[in-house]
Ligand binder design. Structure first.
Ligand SMILES: Nc1ncnc2c1ncn2[C@@H]1O[C@H](COP(=O)(O)OP(=O)(O)OP(=O)(O)O)[C@@H](O)[C@H]1O
Ligand SMILES: O=C(O)[C@@H](O)C(=O)CO
Length: 423
């Protein structure tokens, strides 16, 4: 099938988030891990390419995203979606703005929008400022993120140093006046040379208006919720057939592992809630790993009954994370934990695990790469933006859920396990 919308996500949890949100509509969504190495053959109407480039060096991120764009164009797509975090996770240099600008240049377009709002998960934008629940982004726990601490809430101010063309705002008052008004506002900004337009949204009804106004833009950028109205719009105008039955979930054996490398406030609460169920658990310490390696964790894992869904976690409070980062450096502390969880994931698969619950975007990238997963189909949604996915790893059918740091209820790990068919 010709691809209608080609999507590029800057991390793996973000990619499953977007794929899950698009799949809510019932249309077929295919999620690929990394840019496929062979040309497109069996493609879906919605293709999502998961990259791990949120914190990569800028030149690498741009090169990877352009390669993804080329593959999606070869799949027939004429409209594209650049998916980044609903909390606009980035560094001072990028990669959100520079990648958008590179994609715009390749597509020959001179305007795009930025809308990370995800109302179901409490992300809203008002007058260009991003809120997480009732807090401004820079006052939310995102200020302490291990890799991309967000210390400004104003999306225009965050974007301006990242791009070379002017940045503007279509505020909620424009959005509230409907799709035609918003379209005219964007045209007016375009005539003033504004290439990058932050668009306010506080509710799903705003996102419907924005999607309708912007559906024909070659490139949209934002969080997954901005894409939610698109399938219905495409079905409505006949661009897309409504049907496409879901692939049934494979029958999986019971072996389960829960791996958490996210240090977000919500993940910490989820780890605590899961520990309180009495599940077996092992806590990784980056300083100990740097000194003594993974052997002890491997031995612990080898002694576990995977039927009891053990948890291995590095998740720690901001003070402990800062301490590890101070001693090892930010990148090294992150990499040690990611490598360890990746090795433990393959060891768990060898020991019979077929159900994998993974928390954290970077962590999910590392684990998924280690499991050698190339393509995922989308299953049931556990929480808004977090579906189960099914794929093969080393010849085994496995189920994998990749949870964004801040998503899911406190009971998420147990919720996830209860959503899968028993063995
Ligand atoms: N105890 C720790 N000390 C230092 N760094 C840690 C520790 N535990 C985890 N990390 C690192 O922190 C980073 C957490 O990022 P990750 O993307 O996995 O989670 P997240 O940011 O909460 O999730 P998301 O990106 O989906 O919101 C990873 O690089 C991980 O290896
Ligand atoms: O948009 C979000 O918040 C998530 O999909 C994500 O990108 C987390 O890494």
């Amino acid at each position: 099938m010709t691809t209608v919308l080609g999507c590029i996500a800057d991390d793996f949890t973000g990619a499953t988030d977007l794929a899950g949100i698009l799949a809510r509509s019932g249309v077929k969504v295919s999620l690929r891990i990394g840019v496929p190495t062979s040309p497109p053959t069996e493609t879906a109407a919605f293709e999502v390419i998961a990259l791990k480039c949120r914190t990569s060096p800028l030149a690498d991120a741009i090169a990877e995203c352009r390669a993804a764009l080329e593959w999606l164009q070869a799949a027939g797509a004429q409209r594209f979606f650049w998916k980044y975090c609903s909390t606009f996770d980035c560094t001072a240099e990028g990669n959100i703005g520079p990648v958008a600008e590179a994609l715009m240049a390749d597509l020959g377009t001179n305007q795009t929008i930025y809308c990370p709002a995800f109302p179901e998960n409490g992300r809203s934008i008002f007058m260009g400022n991003l809120f997480v629940g009732q807090q401004l982004l820079a006052e939310s726990p995102m200020k302490d993120h291990p890799l991309t601490p967000m210390r400004d809430s104003n999306l225009m101010r965050l974007l301006e140093p990242q791009v070379s063309y002017p940045v503007g705002l279509a505020d909620r008052l424009s959005v509230a006046q409907g799709a035609s008004f918003l379209r005219a506002k964007l045209d007016q900004l375009q005539s003033q040379g504004v290439a990058h337009v932050v668009v306010d949204a506080v509710a799903n009804s705003d996102l419907e208006i924005i999607a309708e106004a912007c559906r024909d833009m070659p490139l949209l950028t934002g969080g997954s919720a901005l894409a939610m109205p698109l399938p219905a719009l495409y079905v409505g105008d006949g661009t897309l057939a409504a049907d496409t039955p879901r692939t049934p979930a494979p029958k999986l054996s019971a072996g389960t592992i829960v791996l958490s490398g996210s240090c977000s406030k919500m993940t910490l609460a989820q780890v605590d809630a899961y520990l309180s169920t009495g599940a077996p658990s092992y806590q990784l310490d980056p300083l100990d790993l740097a000194e003594n390696g993974v052997q002890q964790a491997m031995e612990w894992l080898a002694a576990q009954d995977l039927g009891k869904a053990p948890l291995i976690y590095a998740s720690a409070d901001p003070a402990s994370v800062r301490q590890a980062q101070h001693k090892l450096g930010v990148a090294k502390a992150g990499a040690i934990v990611e490598d360890t969880l990746a090795q433990l994931a393959t060891a768990a698969r060898e020991a019979g695990a077929r159900r994998f619950v993974v928390a954290g975007g970077e962590t999910s990238g590392a684990v998924t790469k280690a499991l050698g997963v190339a393509q995922l189909t989308i299953g049931a949604e556990i929480a808004p933006g977090v579906p189960w996915t099914f794929c093969t790893s080393a010849g085994h059918d496995i189920a994998l859920t990749l949870k964004s740091g801040n998503f899911g209820a406190e009971s998420f790990f147990s919720d996830a396990l209860s959503k899968l068919e028993p063995a």
